[in-house]
Design a protein around this ligand. Structure first.
Ligand code: GLN
Length: 457
């Protein structure tokens, strides 16, 4: 814990943490020492972790990357972090993220950009240009990659665990919707949000998910299922499994590098005893547009609670409506306001059927594509995690937000279908930056993903 606190102090330039909690960390580490000395070590005893600042932490400021939550100190602990502390883990601090988890580069945070610890290699030299760590769990991915924690919590509504993991050479899993409780996690789009870990190895990810997951009556969408021994699944191998390669993911403009990475991943699985065959997920092209209707719709509803009365920031006005307006105008950033406007528009009386209802129908079709693939004997699906390696700070999305939204083209289908998805580092691009492959599994079969990822790792 002390070594990590020292490293955090030296790496403040990355802006991975929005809040360091050294006193709490050392208190927790002391308890861990005592437990170990008495032979009572719990599964994660003394393991120092960073917590994405979307998880409410009792008595510790929680911002969701937004100014509107300035000064908010939850008097409760999220289910996921509660489970980690129950198992003996130590909290180092709260990690930066895109505001309310809306973004793919960590550039929408009200607390500044997080910088990736990676740099491009140009003519045998490391470039000075700063790169994004991905988002929205950019702080989590950067902290894990820079050794500022042993693992981190993250959340994934449309790729926010898998894309930053791919950008930073780390492993991230979005478990099946319902595997982890959403209780006490600040909501973005409730029917898509899932918590999961980012760590440096597949095994670390499996161990962390084992603690984070579990039934919770306080979240009615949380599955009442036992948590499997994920760690044991890591070394299971892939002999006898059938891996699907969806042809619709071979999108126009995919770089030769990413294509080669994908082929290499498939070959590794084959060499390890899996059968690899092409499959079709025909509704894939509609996932991204449908997501950008469903997610903002749910977000506009979830964000209605930030009214200057119940949480954080309050900016006075001439009457109560004026106070609401002033608070929301000052408290929300540009991207969040854009999502609220899209969301309220697609939910409005005249457009509800044309947009929201159609998007929900597309969602059903996407889910059925996967069901058909699994019914035909596919055990897991292999795709690239992202269309490219990490991009430069300020390089994307400032003119056209859709440029940023396209980052999630390979990851969003998984959220729409509620399936588990894992990103594993699989190689470097020509400039020495990490690239990731994604494995998609059957509902509640994260074990197969850990087994297959271990083969690629
Ligand atoms: N980049 C996507 C968005 O901005 C996904 C974010 C997420 O998974 N939280 O909505």
């Amino acid at each position: 814990t002390q070594a990590h606190l020292d490293a955090m102090e030296k790496a403040r330039g990355l802006n991975a943490y929005v809040l360091e909690t050294p006193e709490r960390a050392l208190t927790m580490a002391n308890v861990a020492d005592t437990k170990i000395a008495h032979g009572e070590a719990r599964p994660l005893e003394g393991i120092p972790l960073g917590i994405k600042d979307l998880f409410c932490t009792h008595g510790v400021a929680t911002t969701a990357g937004s100014k509107i939550l300035e000064g908010f100190q939850p008097h409760y602990e999220s289910a996921v972090t509660h489970n980690l502390w129950r198992d003996g883990a130590v909290m180092l601090g709260k990690l930066n993220l895109d505001e309310f988890a809306m973004g793919s580069s960590n550039e929408t945070s009200a607390y500044g950009d997080t910088i990736s610890p990676w740099r491009r290699q140009e003519n045998g030299k490391l470039s000075d240009a700063k790169l994004v760590p991905g988002g929205s769990s950019g702080g989590s991915a950067a902290a894990v990659a820079a050794h500022l924690c042993l693992g981190a919590t993250a959340t994934d509504t449309g790729g926010s665990i898998r894309q930053p993991a791919a950008f930073t050479g780390t492993v991230g899993i979005k478990p099946t919707y319902g595997r982890c409780s959403r209780w006490g996690t600040v909501a973005y789009a409730s029917s898509l949000d899932q918590a999961g870990p980012i760590a440096r190895t597949v095994r670390d990810c499996a161990i962390l998910l084992g603690s984070m997951a579990g039934a919770d009556a306080r979240d009615t969408t949380c599955a009442d299922l036992p948590v499997p021994d994920f760690e044991a699944a890591v070394s299971r191998g892939v002999k006898g499994l059938t891996i699907g390669i969806p042809k619709e993911y071979r999108v126009d403009g995919m770089s030769a590098e990413v294509q080669a990475l994908w082929d290499r991943g498939a070959a590794m699985l084959k060499d390890a005893g899996a059968t690899v065959r092409e499959i079709s997920l025909p509704h894939t092209p509609y996932a991204l547009p449908a997501y950008y209707i469903v997610a903002p719709a749910e977000a506009s509803s979830n964000l209605a609670r930030y009214d200057g009365v119940r949480y954080g920031l309050r900016v006075p006005g001439k009457d109560i409506a004026g106070m609401y307006e002033n608070t929301r105008a000052a408290g929300f950033g540009r991207e969040v306001k854009r999502r609220i406007m899209i969301g309220t528009y697609v939910l409005s009386a005249g457009y509800y059927d044309a947009y929201y209802v159609r998007a929900q129908k597309i969602r059903t079709l996407i889910k059925r594509d996967f069901e058909a693939a699994y019914a035909s004997g596919i055990d897991a699906i292999l795709t690239p995690a992202t269309p490219s390696a990490a991009f430069g700070l300020g390089e994307k999305g400032s003119g056209d937000p859709v440029e940023m939204y396209l980052q999630d083209v390979f990851t969003i289908t998984v959220n729409m279908a509620g399936l588990p998805g894992l990103s594993v580092p699989a190689g470097l691009d020509a400039q020495g930056l990490p690239l990731g492959l994604q494995l998609i599994g059957r509902p509640f079969d994260e074990e197969t993903l850990f087994a297959a990822a271990q083969v690629i790792e």
